[in-house]
Design a binder for this molecule. Structure first.
Ligand code: GTP
Ligand code: ZN
Length: 355
C-alpha cells in the first residue's frame, strides 16, 4: 500500500456508484478503482492510496476489469486483509469474444467516452470503424473518432477521409491528429476533464500508445508499468489507466489484433439504423435483402443511396455476434449440465456408500 494524492472524484467516482451504497457501507467501506489487471493481482487506487490486491487471496475479484469499482470493508488496520464487499454495478462496459475461446472477455468498465483510433493510411477501414462503433453503442458510451498520422497525408487526402466518415455517420465527432505532436493532440484533452475516463480502441499500430504518452503527465510516460512473468522476464502489461495532463483518465488497450463481437445485437442495429429503417419497407417482414422481390434495401443499393459494403458488413457483424453469443450460451448450458451430472454421480456414490 502506498500513499497517493487522488480524491475519489478525480478517480471517476460518480453519484451512480454512490447510490449503490447503503448507510452502513457509506460509513464503513471504501471504494477502490481497478487501474491495472495483472495475471495474479490487481492494482487499485482509492482515496489517497494505492494497493495491490492478490487474486489468490481474493478469487472473487478474478472477473474484474480495468475501470471497475470495488467496495472493500475498512475493518482491518493493515488494509491487507480487507473483505471484498462487492464489485459495484458498472455504468458501462466493453466486451469482446476472447480470442481463441468461446467466452466473452471484458475490455474495460465505467468508460465515459470511447476514442476509436484509426490512422490516415492503409489501416483506415470503414467496416472496422463500424465494428468499434457498434461496441461503443452497445456500451451506451459516446464515441469519438480519432484519425492519427495526419502528418503523413496531404490535406486533400485528409478531406477524403473526413468525407467518408461524414457519409458513414453525419454527426460522428472526428479529430485529426499527429499523435507525436502535443499541440495537435490538445483538442482531445477537452474530453479528459477531471473524473472523466476515456478508452482508446483500435487496431495494433494506429498510435494508441503514442497518443497515451502524448496526452499523459510526464511522470506517467517515463514509468511504464511492468511485471515479471513466470520466467522472470519483464513484460509490458496490457490495459492500464493513466492520468492525462488535464486530470482525466486514459485507458490504452494495446495489442488488440482481433475484435470479435459478442452480445452486441443492440449496438450493431444502432450503427446500421438506416438499414433497419429501410428493412421496414421491404415486402417481406423476414426479408434477407438478397434476391427477394420488392426489397427496399436492395432498391437503395441500386439507387446509390446505400453502399453495398455497408449491407455486407451489417449482415456479417450481426451473424458473428449471434454465433458468438449463442456459443457462449450453449457452453454455459453444457457447463450447467456437466455440473448436474457430477452432482448426481456424487450423490449416487454417496448413497451407494451409505447403503
Ligand atoms: N508520423 C506519425 N507516426 C505515428 C503517429 N502515431 C503513431 N505513430 C507511429 O506509429 C507506430 C505505432 O504506434 P503505437 O502508438 O505503438 O501504436 P498502438 O496503437 O499503440 O499499437 P499497439 O500497442 O500494438 O496496439 C509508432 O512507430 C509511432 O511512432 C502519428 O500521428 N504520426
Ligand atoms: Zn429486404
Amino acid at each position: 500500500m502506498s500513499e497517493k494524492q487522488y480524491s475519489l472524484s478525480q478517480l471517476g467516482w460518480k453519484p451512480y456508484f454512490n447510490q449503490q451504497l447503503n448507510l452502513d457501507e457509506l460509513e464503513n467501506c471504501a471504494p477502490f478503482r481497478v487501474v491495472q489487471v495483472f495475471r495474479n493481482r490487481l492494482l487499485v487506487w482509492g482515496e489517497n492510496v494505492e494497493k495491490s490486491i492478490s487474486l489468490a487471496e481474493h478469487p472473487e475479484l478474478t472477473e474484474c476489469t480495468v475501470g471497475d469499482w470495488i467496495l472493500f470493508s475498512q475493518t482491518s488496520e493493515s488494509h491487507q486483509t480487507d473483505q471484498t464487499i462487492r464489485i459495484l454495478e458498472r455504468a458501462s462496459f466493453f466486451q469482446r469474444k476472447a480470442p481463441g475461446s468461446i467466452s466473452a472477455q471484458l475490455i474495460a468498465a465505467n468508460i465515459d467516452t470511447a476514442f476509436i483510433v484509426s490512422s490516415c493510411n492503409q489501416d483506415f477501414n470503414l467496416s472496422r470503424i463500424e465494428r468499434y462503433l457498434a461496441l461503443a453503442k452497445e456500451a451506451q458510451t459516446e464515441a469519438v473518432l480519432v484519425l492519427t498520422k495526419s502528418d503523413l497525408v496531404d490535406q486533400e487526402q485528409q478531406y477524403a477521409y473526413l468525407d467518408q466518415l461524414n457519409d458513414l455517420q453525419p454527426h460522428l465527432m472526428v479529430v485529426l491528429v499527429n499523435a507525436l505532436d502535443p499541440e495537435s493532440c490538445k483538442p482531445l484533452l477537452d474530453w479528459y476533464k477531471t473524473g472523466q475516463t476515456c478508452v482508446l480502441l483500435g487496431s495494433s499500430g494506429v498510435g494508441k500508445t503514442t497518443l497515451t504518452n502524448t496526452l499523459c503527465a510526464t511522470e506517467e510516460k517515463t514509468a511504464p508499468i511492468r511485471e515479471d512473468d513466470s520466467k522472470g522476464r519483464h513484460t509490458t502489461t496490457a490495459r492500464a489507466l493513466f492520468f492525462t495532463q488535464s486530470g482525466g483518465l486514459i485507458l490504452d488497450c494495446p495489442g488488440m489484433r482481433e475484435l470479435q463481437l459478442t452480445d452486441c445485437e443492440e449496438g450493431v442495429k444502432a450503427v446500421f439504423d438506416d438499414i433497419q429503417q429501410l428493412a421496414l419497407k421491404c415486402k417481406f417482414s423476414d426479408c434477407q435483402h438478397q434476391l427477394e422481390p420488392k426489397c427496399a434495401v436492395q432498391a437503395a443499393i441500386v439507387a446509390g443511396t446505400l453502399d453495398e459494403r455497408r449491407l455486407v458488413n451489417y449482415q456479417k457483424m450481426l451473424n458473428e455476434q449471434t454465433r458468438n453469443t449463442m456459443s457462449l450460451a450453449e457452453s454455459h448450458q453444457k457447463d450447467r449440465e456437466f455440473g448436474k451430472l457430477i452432482k448426481s454421480s456424487q450423490q449416487l456414490k454417496k448413497t451407494t456408500r451409505e447403503t
